[in-house]
Design a protein around this ligand. Structure first.
Ligand SMILES: [Zn+2]
Length: 169
């Protein structure tokens, strides 16, 4: 026979925090309980040990594959319409603005898109925000006779094949 313990007064909140993926330390701090209490309730309800939370930047590094030329394929989570996302503290964050901020040290203005030859590329240095694209257009107009840098057909094919092999969408 198992003895039935009276539930901890904060058990519902603790369970909620556990299902939110919080660590024992976070739960102890937020709900003013002991870490031992959080650990016990975690074990009783068979929640896995909480791993230290990865930052969005760490998740970006974990879920990208570097391709020749410095381009990157996203192999992580996507929305239903295929947009790369990172789940952080229960929220879905778009990957491109994160990549943009990693490269530029500031959040982007407007939409972020790949500015290289590969629309799927998420490499931080290949992302451009609305301001960058406007500046790029203005520069192109000024240097209208300078042709765009176009990858050779072979390189483009190799990269597209790598992309199709790696991406999950
Ligand atoms: Zn690229």
């Amino acid at each position: 026979m198992t003895s039935h313990r009276r539930p901890h007064p904060k058990e519902p909140q603790i369970l909620h925090a556990l299902s939110d993926g919080r660590t024992n330390e976070e739960i102890a701090r937020q709900l003013h309980v002991g870490t031992a209490t959080a650990a016990r309730i975690r074990a009783e309800h068979a929640y896995p040990p909480a791993r230290p939370r990865l930052t969005p930047q760490e998740k970006f590094t974990r879920d990208t594959v570097l391709l020749p030329g410095g381009h990157m394929v996203w192999t992580g989570e996507r929305t239903q319409d295929c947009a790369p996302v990172i789940t952080y503290r229960g929220q879905k964050l778009s990957v491109r603005p994160i990549a943009y901020a990693m490269e530029n040290g500031r959040p982007p203005v407007g939409n972020v898109k790949s500015a290289c030859a590969y629309p799927w590329c998420v490499a931080p240095e290949c992302q451009a925000d609305a301001e960058d694209r406007q500046a790029l257009r203005a520069k192109k107009e000024k240097e209208a006779d300078v042709p765009d840098e176009v990858p050779t057909l072979d390189t483009a094919r190799q990269l597209d094949e790598a992309f199709l092999r790696l991406e999950a969408c």
